[in-house]
Design a binder for this molecule. Structure first.
Ligand SMILES: Nc1ncnc2c1ncn2[C@@H]1O[C@H](COP(=O)(O)OP(=O)(O)OP(=O)(O)O)[C@@H](O)[C@H]1O
Ligand SMILES: [Mg+2]
Length: 312
């Protein structure tokens, strides 16, 4: 018999779910330790929301099991709801209610005792930078503020497990920093967090990541170890026209893949040190403008492309 602290906060085994002909999730397993910030990363339609909804007990899997703090989510979703909080991708705020009224509504829904409610809502509004806007109608908040209000509402009842589906999409960088400060504080308090994100800088802050593609977990590890998969094999070419440069390098000897990254191209090669000058020479031969070709530290997006050939 394992001790309660050794037990993972979330243990999912063999999750599967289809919608008609679409196999949204296939054989997904994951084990998340208490106090982790676990990231689900993958392109649109990869199955992130479907996994989240199953973990939250709002969507029944076709197959598989989920134990959340030892509770059988599939068999007893109502019991699981007492210990978790789920912030859906489109969180249900009441636009014609004020900020504080929305929080009050969720406090009532989760039966938070009054004294605790007052203290917690004050703390959370402060942390989210929403205190000055508490009397504003939710419908009149900016997109980023709405997301933060969603998080405040999701946290009003001190969950042990927090499930956040793309909580910062559309949120400005300053607000995202506030958001992360809240998440780190929760982690210190032992809250386990699973979040999906489309932002790679955010993925890097997670303790571990599951790379999801076409409904399957392709890799699950720390951001550092995931990046080791492509370390030493990545070159960056800035300057000139990235698209033309990428096209010119795609079929060069030793090149395994090319990824456009805004104003530059990342080129995956067999050996960065050896191919660096060759690639520069090839661009020069074709009269293509470019900055020096330099080795670069991989990001999660590079890992994703190397593993499945898809961009996140
Ligand atoms: N209720 C539903 N009915 C039919 N198909 C669905 C439903 N929910 C999801 N799907 C399909 O399942 C697949 C996975 O969708 P899901 O929403 O889980 O992806 P996602 O990774 O969250 O994508 P996004 O990044 O766009 O939010 C998609 O092909 C989607 O169209
Ligand atoms: Mg989604």
């Amino acid at each position: 018999m394992s001790t309660p602290s050794a037990q993972p906060a979330i243990a999912a085994e063999g999750l599967a779910r289809r919608f008609g002909a679409v196999e949204a999730v296939r054989d997904v397993s994951m084990s998340v330790a208490r106090g982790e910030i676990f990231g689900l990363v993958g392109p649109d339609g990869a199955g992130k929301t479907t996994v989240m909804r199953m973990l939250a007990g709002v969507l029944r899997p076709d197959a598989g099991t989920i134990a959340l703090d030892g509770i059988d989510v599939v068999g007893a979703p109502e019991r699981a709801k007492a210990v978790l909080s789920y912030m859906p991708q489109r969180f249900g705020l009441y636009e014609d209610l004020r900020v504080d009224e929305n929080i009050f509504f969720y406090g009532e829904l989760f039966e938070v005792p009054r004294a605790q409610f007052r203290q917690r809502s004050t703390e959370l509004l402060e942390a989210a930078g929403l205190a000055p806007f508490r009397r504003r109608l939710a419908g009149q908040l900016s997109g980023g503020m709405k997301q933060k209000l969603g998080l405040v509402c999701a946290l009003i009842h001190t969950p042990r497990v927090l499930l956040l589906d793309e909580p910062t999409t559309g949120v400005d960088p300053v607000s995202r920093r506030d958001f992360w400060a809240i998440l780190y504080r929760l982690r210190e308090q032992g809250v386990t967090i699973v979040m999906s994100t489309a932002y790679m800088d955010e993925a890097e802050r997670c303790s571990r990541l599951a790379l999801l593609h076409e409904g399957q977990v392709r890799r699950c590890d720390t951001p550092q170890r995931l990046k080791d998969i492509v370390r030493g094999s990545l070159l960056s070419v800035a300057g000139g026209d990235p698209r033309s440069n990428g096209a010119a390098l795609a079929d060069a000897p030793g090149v395994a893949g090319v990824l456009l990254m805004g104003d530059r191209v990342h080129v995956r090669v067999d050996e960065a040190a050896r191919r660096k000058d060759e690639l520069a020479a090839r661009l020069d031969e074709r009269g293509l403008a470019h900055a020096p070709v330099v080795p670069v530290e991989p990001g999660i997006e590079d890992v994703f492309v190397a593993l499945v050939g898809a961009t996140v």
